[in-house]
Design a protein around this ligand. Structure first.
Ligand code: NAP
Length: 248
């Protein structure tokens, strides 16, 4: 399928995990990919080469999504190189888990800055170019934890719930400009992020997932493809859970 031929996608956090899977899936559908990473230089270069091998244009940018200035510079560079940004995917995210009694102020601040402020930073920069194009799709990566909460993740859950409110508001503001904004809320997906969890926590999660398996990056990427493409032309302000029915 070539659902995204000649479209440019700007994706944060493409070097690993869910972002990596999204970059590959969208490139397989013809999209040119500008993706960011924070520190994984080797993985980023390998992904760029892989995407180019699929016959699309690809660039890797070492750019901290939590910095407003870096986001401004990034979008400028991407527009110079690619000419347009048709789809923005705010995927970059981190965890600093701890029970509230032990959570430090710094754990709160860094998670809000990286997970929520980053979504503001990048969205703010792409709105004007998307308005000029009279079209755009913004996809923000939340989590079912932002919908149902999780002990030990108050900072992460707050950041991910904030993303949902932000997205619904932006969808209402920008609908008349044909800019759609949606949320993906993954459940328990096999990546480095969940690799950090201990076996007991993993087993506990698994036993509660009706589909009886962890999700894959590709499961999430398929939903990103839908939301990035015209298949979802009348879908905006929505949160799609990709979680094996964990949250119902
Ligand atoms: P991951 O494997 O830890 O990968 C995170 C990616 O984000 C990496 O590419 C990392 O770059 C990048 N990144 C982190 N902070 C960044 C920053 N400030 N600026 C630019 N890039 C940054 O995570 P993942 O599991 O794929 O998660 C991706 C997204 O899905 C996150 O928003 C996460 O909260 C969300 N999510 C994940 C799950 C899950 O089960 N895995 C569930 C629900 C939601 P480097 O490689 O350079 O570090």
């Amino acid at each position: 399928m070539n659902l995204l031929t000649n479209k440019t996608v700007l994706l944060t956090g493409g070097s690993r995990g869910i972002g990596y899977a999204i970059a590959c899936k969208l490139a397989e559908n013809g999209a040119n990919i500008a993706f960011t990473y924070r520190s994984s230089v080797e993985q980023a270069n390998a992904l760029k080469a892989h995407l180019e091998g699929l016959g699309v244009k690809a660039e890797a940018y070492q750019s901290d999504a939590s910095s407003f200035e870096a986001a401004e510079q990034l979008v400028k560079e991407v527009l110079e190189t690619f000419g347009s940004i048709d789809v923005l995917i705010n995927n970059a995210g981190i965890t600093r888990d701890n029970l509230m009694l032990r959570m430090q102020e710094a754990d709160w601040d860094v998670v809000i800055q990286n997970n929520l402020k980053s979504v503001f930073n990048l969205s703010k920069q792409v709105l004007r170019p998307m308005m000029k194009q009279r079209k755009g799709s913004i996809i923000n990566m939340s989590s079912i934890v932002g919908m149902i909460g999780q002990a030990g993740q108050a900072n992460y859950a707050a950041s991910k719930a904030g993303i949902i409110g932000f997205t619904k508001s932006l969808a209402k503001e920008m609908g008349s400009r044909n800019i759609r904004c949606n949320v993906i809320a993954p459940g328990f997906i096999e990546t480095d992020m969940t690799g950090e969890l201990d076996e007991k926590t993993k087993e506990n999660y698994l036993s509660n997932i009706p589909l009886k398996r962890m999700g894959t990056g590709e499961d999430v990427a398929n939903t990103a493809l839908f939301l990035a493409s015209d298949l979802s032309a009348y879908v905006s302000g929505q949160t799609i859970s990709v979680c094996g029915a964990l949250n119902c």
